[in-house]
Design a protein around this ligand. Structure first.
Ligand code: TNX
Length: 532
């Protein structure tokens, strides 16, 4: 029975083109795996991988992962590879209880991490994982690739204690370069600790970008030396009137470094010219009438605007973006640009021209919400599409035209990837303006063919935003993000041919012990065949 099930699933994956051919994988095709017809625990380790890899060849005897296992990092002099090895050891020690010492040099058995700059077909983040009785070899062109390989290995070792890692080869690389998650710490404030926890949760599924929505009407969450009241006063409340808070520059640096060690880039967002009430409340001089409004603790959007005709506005954005650029090693600065409902269109375009020029002057690339498409996006600017099935043809057309003009898109369709949308009517946190988004709906679409007229080559990637008007605690955050954000991870990483709900839902169910062990309070979606 067990063998049969394995053969049937391998057959399905082969039919999907997910697995490379091999003598041991000659099962008949065409036999659909259906959720619920076998417990997910019956999936063999290679079949459980999430996101699904580009190719797997299960072959030969496996590796005995046990008390004698050491982690070997190549090129003794390369500190970065050593650091990747140390982090992997730390991640494997917890569930296995093994000592897993890290030693220099790849000669000998154990888990070997080595760079091969000439390795073909792996790109910047890809890797090869080869497992057999003599050890497990992870090979990549970059340390980032080795880190991703290690996350795959974490899913192949036993859930707890020592045991066998199956024999075979995984060859893998991502479909999209940008695989992101966003969190809004403006509507409700969250600590660096909580965001680090999310980085760990995401990085294990190969998400590589963390977009931080740092400012909005309800709060300014990052200290800016040249405008100290932004954080001190503008950060001092949140939706519902709680105390809010802000991060110091050191805290932000610490988060960026922590994410960087997991090969997650931080994209900070300062939203403008709308969504700025916290800034206007902090500095009267930023207002056209010279009067500061009250701080805002409600949830309306689109009522605030920077004063487009005032030079002080441009000194402000120059100083804020200058400090942010200096703190941020990644290439993007996100300048928002959404829902500027009280800024006339001509003013909006004029303002965005200047704001984009500032970003360029600080050596960064502009990211903006897709409304920027209707103005004049700067060369190279990346547009983040948050439309949905009911988005007007005109809004869509502007985005398609921008893509045709060479702008790359990050897709965050609100009715698929907005993690603040309720799963169903009974979901307590969250909103429903884009409809309910069950787990299956979040997963079942193809980013490469989503917008008619936009070729896959214009899609830089995908991102799942978590807005927090109605998400106030870690428990609510994790309930809304998990398990949907795993779908985002697979959409971003796995080849188009691997996207299949029947396969995915079983692999997702098989993540249950891992999510439980990490204390993630995920939503037990009824459309997923959980074991319990
Ligand atoms: C729209 S999407 C917004 C946010 C809200 C969100 C709530 C976008 C760029 N703007 O200001 O928080 O909906 O779902």
């Amino acid at each position: 029975m067990r063998v049969l099930r394995l053969r049937r699933t391998l057959g399905t994956l082969l039919a999907l083109g997910v697995l490379g051919g091999s003598a041991s994988c000659t099962a008949a095709h065409g036999d659909d795996a259906r959720p619920g017809d076998d417990p997910p625990a019956a999936l063999a380790p290679f079949e459980r991988l999430l996101p699904a890899p580009l190719s797997v060849r299960a072959e030969g005897p496996g590796y005995s992962f046990g008390p004698g296992t050491v982690i070997r990092t190549g090129r003794g002099a390369d500190e970065e590879v050593r650091r990747v090895g140390e982090l992997l050891a730390e991640q494997l020690r917890g569930p296995s209880g093994l000592p897993l010492p890290v030693v220099d040099g790849v000669q000998g058995d154990g888990i070997r991490l080595g760079i091969d700059e000439e390795a073909e077909g792996l790109g910047e983040e890809g890797y090869r994982l080869e497992s057999g009785p003599g050890g497990i070899t992870l090979t990549a062109r970059t340390p980032a690739g080795l880190f991703r390989a290690g996350q795959t290995l974490r899913q192949l070792v036993p859930a707890a204690g020592p045991g066998t890692v199956p024999g075979g080869t995984v060859t893998d690389r991502p479909r999209f370069a940008y695989r992101g998650a966003m969190v809004d710490i403006a509507r409700h404030f969250f600590s660096v600790e909580q965001v680090k926890r999310y980085v760990d949760q995401l990085a294990q599924y190969k998400v590589n970008t963390l977009h931080l929505h740092l400012t909005d009407d309800q709060g300014w969450r990052l200290a800016v030396d040249s405008w100290p009241r932004l954080a001190e006063y503008g950060g001092g409340s949140e939706v519902g009137g709680g105390p809010g808070g802000h991060w110091t520059k050191d805290e932000y640096r610490e988060l960026v470094a922590y994410a960087g060690e997991r090969y997650v880039d931080v994209v900070p967002e300062i939203d403008m010219p709308g969504h700025v009430n916290a800034a206007l409340a902090s500095y009267a001089e930023l207002n056209c009438d010279g009067k500061a409004p009250e701080r805002y603790t409600g949830t309306k959007v689109g009522f605030s605007s920077l004063c487009i005709g005032k030079e002080r506005t441009y000194e402000f954005i120059d100083e804020v973006l200058g400090e942010l650029a200096a703190l941020t090693p990644g290439r993007y600065l996100h300048i928002g640009g959404d829902e500027a409902h009280v800024t006339p269109a001509a003013d909006y375009a004029a303002f965005m021209d200047r704001a984009q020029a500032v970003v360029g002057r600080y050596g960064k690339t502009v990211m903006g919400w897709h409304q920027l498409a209707a103005a004049r996006p700067a060369q190279g600017a990346v547009l983040q599409y948050w439309g949905h099935d009911k988005t007007s043809a005109a809004d869509r057309a502007a985005v398609v035209a921008a893509a045709k003009a060479g702008h790359r898109l990050v897709l965050s369709p609100a009715d698929r990837l907005y993690l603040d949308m309720k799963y169903e009517a009974a979901t307590k946190p969250g909103l429903a303006w884009a409809g309910y988004v069950p787990v299956r709906r979040a997963y079942s679409w193809n980013p490469g063919a989503y917008l008619a007229g936009v070729p896959e080559s214009a899609v830089l990637g995908v991102e799942a935003p978590l807005w927090t008007e109605n998400v106030a605690t870690r428990a609510d955050w994790e309930l809304m993000a998990f398990p949907r954000v795993l779908g985002l991870a697979e959409l971003g990483w796995s080849p188009a041919g691997a996207l299949d709900w029947a396969s995915y839902s079983r692999r997702l169910a098989a993540q249950e012990p891992r999510l439980d062990a990490q204390g993630i309070g995920f939503y037990r979606a009824p459309d997923v065949p959980w074991a319990q």
